[in-house]
Write a protein that binds this ligand. Structure first.
Ligand code: B12
Length: 472
């Protein structure tokens, strides 16, 4: 059977997100191919009805499989609507991903869907494709909620795949990976699923609860299997200069890291980057990783205010702890990225200034900043909802500076302002006055847009220039 994946990617303010790899779709495709099905992918960067129609005409899929997180859901909904308006015969359409998992009622309510997949689809989607191909009734397939004659059939979640190595490698050809590598010089990998921490803003605590009784939520591939994949990717796609591990907390299991580092150092000759938490790093880990050619740590600072970081973000990590670990990272001559948020529930301007100050102290090569967005299904979403802080403002893109919150401690306009000035205040304080000025000139008729939004792409070139000048 022919399955067309659609990956709706809302327009970003930057060119960075133009085309990216998606592990979920990669794994689903390889599982479908293993069962003898044929897959294709349509990357959508905006609502392009003509492109959708042409793709369907060209590939003639029996099933369309759309993947969406919450930011992607509004665009995904328009795609479903568009397919539903095409003349018969139309393909069946299913939707899966984070939004369908966390807000299944909203997702399954989309007219024109056969159903939605809650949670991991590695077994569920092939089961659906096999059953449709065999002319069977699909209504009892685990993980799926189906729309059937005006009713919703809610199937339970099936067991989680315990041995991730069994899944094999995710399909990269589907994404034209050669092009991704030639554009970025990077290849990215996922070494496991889940996270041991329960931060109330992140999906993981909710997912852990949803999967209760379905087996172990936190799983890791074996180090050998991960390195096998890296070696295969490096052989197949020439031009990879850096390897990136995208897991949320790469170093949570010391024993695993140790054995991974030994294997990686022995078999791979490319530098790697990874994300982790400050409290999951120490001198020994940093040394092992440096020896294995780790060139970059991406660490979540989130807020410069300890109370906010601990009570709202759920990370009980002190500022001193952050200073100390970032110092060790610099001492080891490893590049540092930090992740930060502005517009957190209860946050004040003072708090944001503390975040800027802490970032200045620890001197990241790149300080990333996002506007806090409460995601449905999380504890922080519920809290903001109860307080009546969630506005009806639509956020269409990952990189927008629009806060969804209307809260007493800070206005949405101020949050947008700090989102704009943040990287400049941290990395180029002498030039920040330009951005401060541009960000204070509002574009009439808009809530958060300022003159700065019109010159925003410049920020990218500034970092490129900095990297060029410093050779990093
Ligand atoms: C790796 C990762 C990234 C990577 C790559 C993401 C990608 N495109 O693959 C990077 C670093 C790029 C990234 C970026 C962002 N991320 Co991210 N990321 C993750 C992380 C840690 C793991 C995702 C993953 O690969 N899981 C493993 C794969 C196999 O699972 P999966 O993608 O969910 O797919 C499975 C199922 O969902 C299902 N499925 C998926 N699609 C479909 C479709 C059908 C038809 C079916 C049947 C099933 C199905 O089957 C798949 C296989 O089992 C998650 C945390 C988490 N626990 O999910 C956050 C997460 C997805 N990210 C999140 C966010 C917010 C972002 C950013 C917006 C952050 C920011 N402000 O910049 C950006 C988005 C920009 C971008 N370029 O994508 C949120 C999304 C929240 C939400 N409810 O929507 C999460 C959940 C973390 C959180 N804060 O809660 N991210």
């Amino acid at each position: 059977m022919k399955i067309l994946f659609i990956y709706p990617f809302p327009p970003a303010r930057t060119v960075v997100a133009a085309r990216a790899y998606h592990y979920g779709i990669g794994y689903l495709s390889s599982m479908l191919v293993r069962d003898g099905h044929q897959t294709a992918l349509l990357n959508l960067n905006s609502y392009q009805p003509g492109v959708i129609k042409r793709a369907l005409k060209l590939f003639r899929p029996n099933l369309v499989a759309i993947s969406a997180t919450s930011d992607q859901f509004p665009l995904a909904a328009r795609v479903v609507q568009r397919i539903n308006r095409l003349p018969e015969p139309r393909p069946l359409v299913v939707l899966g991903g984070l939004h369908a998992t966390m807000a299944p009622e909203e997702a399954v309510a989309l007219p024109g869907l056969l159903g939605i997949c809650r949670g991991e689809g590695d077994l569920a989607l092939p089961a659906l494709a096999n059953s449709l191909e065999g002319g069977e009734e699909p209504w009892d397939i685990l993980n799926f909620w189906f729309r059937r004659d005006g009713e919703v059939v809610e199937n339970e979640l099936g067991p989680l795949v315990e041995d991730l190595d069994w899944l094999g490698f995710p399909d990269r050809e589907l994404f034209d990976y050669r092009q991704i590598v030639s554009r970025t010089g990077k290849a990215s990998f996922s070494t496991g699923r889940g996270c041991p921490f329960l931060c109330p803003y992140c999906a993981n605590h909710a997912l852990r609860k949803i999967y209760q009784g379905c087996g172990r939520y936190l799983r890791q591939r074996s180090p050998g299997h991960v390195v096998d994949e890296v070696v295969e990717v490096l052989e197949r796609y020439k031009g990879v200069r850096q390897v990136v591990f995208e897991d949320e907390t790469f170093t949570h299991n010391r024993k695993w890291v140790r054995s991974f580092c030994e294997e990686y150092a022995r078999r791979v000759d490319r530098p790697f980057a990874c994300s982790t938490r400050v409290d999951q790093l120490d001198e020994n880990l940093i040394r092992w990783m440096k020896e294995a050619n780790c060139f970059q740590f991406r660490l979540g600072i989130e807020s410069g205010d300890e109370e906010l970081r601990s009570k709202v973000v759920g990370k009980k990590i002190s500022n001193d702890g952050i200073r100390q670990v970032c110092g060790l990272v610099h001492e080891a001559d490893i590049s540092l990225w930090t992740f930060n948020m502005v517009g957190l529930p209860g946050e004040t301007e003072d708090n944001i200034r503390q975040t800027i100050a802490l970032n200045r102290e620890v001197q990241p090569e790149t300080p990333f900043v996002s506007v806090f967005r409460p995601y449905q299904g999380t504890a922080l979403y519920r809290e903001c909802k109860e307080k009546g802080w969630i506005s009806d403002r639509q956020v269409h893109s990952f990189f927008q500076n629009v806060s969804m919150l209307d809260q007493p401690s800070i206005t949405a306009r101020k949050v947008a302002y700090y989102h704009n000035v943040f990287p400049w205040e941290v990395s180029f304080p002498r030039w920040a006055f330009v951005v401060r000025f541009l960000s204070r000139v509002p574009i009439p008729g808009t809530l958060t847009k300022s003159l700065y939004d019109m010159v925003f792409p410049l920020v990218l070139y500034t970092y490129k220039l900095k990297r060029f000048l410093t050779g990093k």
